[in-house]
Design a protein around this ligand. Structure first.
Ligand code: SF4
Length: 198
């Protein structure tokens, strides 16, 4: 079985699914099979909730104050397991929970999932990736045609619900696109994280 919990740069991550509704051109999944101390992040079968909880209990959280749901898939595609395992960690280990997401969860589930997420997740990082719908479609290749406006709506709803919400881009974008993304974030009062591409 693939690693469910893994560490990378002094942070612990939960890899609860390989399902994803995007096929990003830059996705690390197409470059290598593992990240950090994991052997592989490709699951032979999707992890059950019991397997996820067992992996959580087997991990020593000493020295960690946050668990990040982020792996070789989009965590909200495994929404029930995400909610249940985040609640379990909060109650048993008393650490913060962060969700790294593509922000398409409402589109995928055809309903607003943010109230459920906000009950168990403290902070959320949403991949913006591009300053226009056209560029977004080209780089993330989502299953949906209307993904970009849905992502922006998701981000605004999230910003009203979580202790910390951020949009993220990588620093390989041209300067004019970074400025346009900054404007999009500023207009919504959301912090923009410009990540180093690695
Ligand atoms: S949304 Fe994340 S997991 Fe899915 S293809 Fe894009 S980078 Fe990869």
């Amino acid at each position: 079985m693939a690693d469910i919990l893994y560490t990378y740069k002094n942070q612990v991550y939960a890899n609860i699914t390989n399902r994803c509704d995007c096929s990003c051109t830059f996705c690390v999944r197409s470059l290598k099979d593992s990240v950090g101390d994991s052997e592989t992040l490709w699951h032979k079968t999707e992890p059950t909730l019991e397997e996820i909880l067992a992996a959580i209990d087997a991990f020593d959280f000493t020295g960690y104050d946050e668990l990040v749901f982020c792996g070789y898939g989009e965590p909200t595609c495994a929404l029930d397991n995400l909610l249940a395992s985040a609640a379990y960690v909060k109650e048993k280990y008393h650490i913060s929970i962060r969700l790294n997401t593509n922000g398409l969860g409402n589109l995928y589930h055809k309903r607003n999932i943010i109230p459920e997420l906000a009950q168990v997740i403290d902070s959320i990082s949403i991949s913006l990736n591009a300053p226009t719908a056209e560029k977004y479609q080209a780089v993330t290749r989502p299953q949906f045609e209307n993904a970009y406006p849905a992502l922006l709506e998701f981000a605004s709803l999230a910003n009203a619900s979580f202790k910390h919400t951020q949009l993220s881009i990588v620093d390989v974008l041209p300067a004019d696109e970074i400025s346009a993304c900054q404007k999009i974030a500023d207009e919504r009062g959301i912090y923009l994280k410009i990540r180093k591409y690695s």
